[in-house]
Design a protein around this ligand. Structure first.
Ligand code: SAM
Length: 216
């Protein structure tokens, strides 16, 4: 029988806001476990070498590493509200930070510590279902995008995904506080937050989804 541990230092709570030695362990694990879905999702957006990119909920920092490698003349910023995630992302990206190609900051998606219109691209991998207020948090991301810039949201956990983990997450969402939306609800979320050219792409067999929107 599978168990979901909610609250305290349980596994679900560690994915929401990693802390302590268990948080470091979970972050290292997520760095490898989320790699394939991240590559698949990022494959749906064009990343130019000069791009300034923000990864929201950067966790252990492996997406930042990928982004810094692709945006070879640009810069990748990470933000996370967990001190443990910020510290782990900094360790993962020590080389890129030393050459000023990556910067990691502590902060919440609800109040991003960046000026309006700073980013060509914002990424969010396996994090948006934890955000406190999805409609306003999506607008806050829109604020920091340049006109024409894009937000890409990548997730393996969403309503209707045909995997055991997603089904368990859906069953216990009221206890964990996760906001799980289906494909149509994601489309509406992007559109209502002011994004245009909204695309929601699903890899049904794997239970992967990727939402993309453009700031008009
Ligand atoms: C499941 S982990 C995913 C981490 C990483 N993106 C990855 O793919 O491995 C979720 C991350 O989102 C962060 N997070 C959750 N809610 C957040 C919020 N409101 N603001 C900023 N970061 C948040 C957590 O601290 C955690 O590091």
């Amino acid at each position: 029988m599978k168990t979901i541990v909610v609250g305290g230092s349980g596994r679900v709570s560690q994915c929401q806001k990693p802390r302590g030695w268990l948080g470091r362990f979970v972050l290292r694990n997520m760095n490898s476990r989320h790699s394939k879905v991240t590559d698949w999702g990022l494959g749906h957006v064009r990343i130019q070498p000069h791009y300034t990119i923000l990864d929201v909920g950067c966790g252990g920092g492996s997406t930042l590493c990928k982004l810094a490698g692709v945006a070879a003349q640009g810069k990748a910023y990470g933000v996370d509200y967990s001190e443990e995630s910020v510290a782990t992302s900094k360790r993962t990206n020590a080389h890129w930070i030393a050459v000023d190609r990556v910067e990691v900051q502590h902060g919440s998606v609800s109040q991003l510590p960046f000026p309006e219109g700073m980013f060509d691209l914002v990424t969010a991998v396996e994090t948006h279902f934890w955000w406190p207020n999805l409609p306003t948090d999506m607008r806050e991301i829109c604020r920091v995008l340049k006109p024409g810039g894009r937000l890409v949201v990548i997730a393996e956990v969403y309503k209707g995904a045909n995997t055991t983990v997603a089904k368990l997450a859906e069953k216990y969402a009221s206890k964990t506080g996760m906001t799980l939306l289906d494909i149509g609800e994601h489309r509406a979320l992007f559109a209502n937050a002011g994004y245009s050219e909204v695309q929601i792409i699903e890899e049904r067999d794997k239970g992967w989804m990727c939402g993309i929107g453009r700031k008009p």
